[in-house]
Write a protein that binds this ligand. Structure first.
Ligand code: HEM
Length: 167
C-alpha cells in the first residue's frame, strides 16, 4: 500500500507540475496564475495532466449500451479520460487554454471506486508551484525554445525531462 501511494504520488505530481509550468509559460499565463489560482489549476490539468492518456482498463459489470454500442457484462472497456476533457459540449473551443471557464467538470483524477487518493494533495502541489513564481518571480520564462523541451514517458505518466528557466 505504501509503495503504491509513493509511486502513484511521485511521478504523477512531478510530471503534472513541470507540464503545468511549461504550459503556463507557453501561454504567457504564469505571471497571472495566482489571480485565478483554483481555476488555473483545473484548466492546466485539463489540458496538461502529466499523464500519457493511456486508457484505464475496466470490465463491464452488467450489459450496457453506450453511445449506440452494446457492451456485454465481462467485456473489457478501455476508457480514455482525456477525451472527456476535449468534449466541446462541456468545453467550448476545447483545445484553447481558458482559465476563465465557469464550469470545468474534471475526470483528471478518475471517477468512482478508484478515484485518485491523492487528488486534493496533487491540486495543492500544482497550486503551490504555479502560484509561487507568479508572486515571487513574475519574470520567469523558458531558457530556450519550448519546442526543444524533451518529454519522457514512464508508464501512464509523461512530462518534461528537464525544464530550464531563467528570470
Ligand atoms: C496531478 C497528479 C495526479 C494525477 C493526474 C492522478 C491521476 C489519477 C487517476 C486518473 C487515477 C485513477 C486510476 C484508475 O481509475 O484506475 C489515480 C489513482 C490513484 N492515485 Fe493519483 N493522480 C495524481 C496524483 C496522485 C498523488 C499525489 C497520489 C498520492 C499521494 C496519488 C495516489 C493515487 C492512488 C493510490 C490511486 C489508486 C486509487 C485506487 O485504485 O483506489 N495520485 N490517480
Amino acid at each position: 500500500m505504501t509503495a503504491t501511494i509513493v509511486s502513484a504520488g511521485y511521478l504523477s505530481a512531478r510530471n503534472a507540475i513541470s507540464a503545468a509550468v511549461l504550459r503556463l509559460l507557453r501561454e504567457g499565463r504564469l505571471a497571472t496564475a495566482s489571480e485565478r489560482l483554483g481555476a488555473t489549476v483545473e484548466e492546466v490539468l485539463r489540458l496538461q495532466s502529466g499523464q500519457t492518456g493511456e486508457p484505464f482498463p475496466r470490465f463491464a459489470q452488467t450489459d450496457v449500451e453506450l453511445a449506440g454500442t452494446r457492451i456485454r457484462a465481462g467485456d473489457l472497456v478501455l476508457v480514455r479520460l482525456e477525451a472527456a476533457h476535449l468534449d466541446p459540449r462541456h468545453f467550448p473551443d476545447p483545445d484553447a487554454f481558458v482559465p476563465e471557464r465557469t464550469s470545468s467538470p474534471s475526470l483528471v483524477f478518475g471517477h468512482g471506486a478508484h478515484y485518485c487518493l491523492g487528488a486534493p494533495l496533487a491540486r495543492l502541489e500544482v497550486a503551490a508551484v504555479i502560484g509561487a513564481p507568479a508572486r515571487q518571480l513574475p519574470g520567469l520564462c523558458l531558457a530556450g525554445p519550448a519546442e526543444s523541451v524533451e518529454w519522457v514517458r514512464d508508464g501512464v505518466d509523461a512530462g518534461p525531462k528537464a525544464l530550464h528557466v531563467t528570470w
